[in-house]
Design a protein around this ligand. Sequence first.
Ligand SMILES: [Mg+2]
Length: 274
Amino acid sequence: MSTARVSASLHSLPHALHSFQEVVTGLEDRMPAVFLDYDGTLTPIADHPDLAELSEPVRDTLRRLARLSWTGIISGRDLDNIRGLVQVDGLIYAGSHGFDLLIPGHGRIEPHPPSPVLDRVEQELRTLLQAFPGVHLERKRHSLAVHYRQALPRDLDAVQAGVERVLALHQGLRHFGGKKVIEIQPNLEWDKGQALLYILDLLPAWKGRGAPIYIGDDTTDEHAFAVLPLPGAGICVSEEERTTRAAYRLNTPREVHLFLEKLLRWLEGNGPSG
Ligand SMILES: [Mg+2]
């Protein structure tokens, strides 16, 4: 069952560490499956995507968590890239905002084939973006990302306008903003939320027995919060005030790690009785 959650002010939400008992009570004695975004959720946002490395203690926590419950990473990064950064076996991995999945027992699944339009747009953007120092175009299997965290402030408007000019010449793509990034994807009704529902459907003996916990920090994670089946818990990671469809909040990746450790201790101790 999914529910259309309403947006709320982040700062009005209960803190998932301080209200930990409420979070696990809300799972209604079902076994949690834990889904996590990567950048800004498991690691602090870095100046360049290559620099966002997972710390060894967090990796160890994921490893232990994966032995006790379904655990997945749902990222905007390419599947191979996110697997290489996390390096934990037995996890569910979803790359490219859920366009590219690796699910234990099912192997690699692409719910939609890669769009050939991306190749043409990539070439045109490479030419365009040469003029802007600090702007980095990332080609992913199912999307393109224009990273402008290190761009000159005076170039930002021209970068945005240039990207929109290129995209206006091609059909079948959409773009949206993230944290200092413009994401360009196939214009399909597919996002982290649809990918999450697709994955949950494939998990053995899931229906009626599991409860998803989804933790993420960015606008693309709102798609998952919006469709998260209940019982379950959406947790938004942000220090800054915003609106969110999550039910709980955490401030930082450090607090996400503390929450996962607390969840582990709960699973190792009482856990769900059902
Ligand atoms: Mg993120």
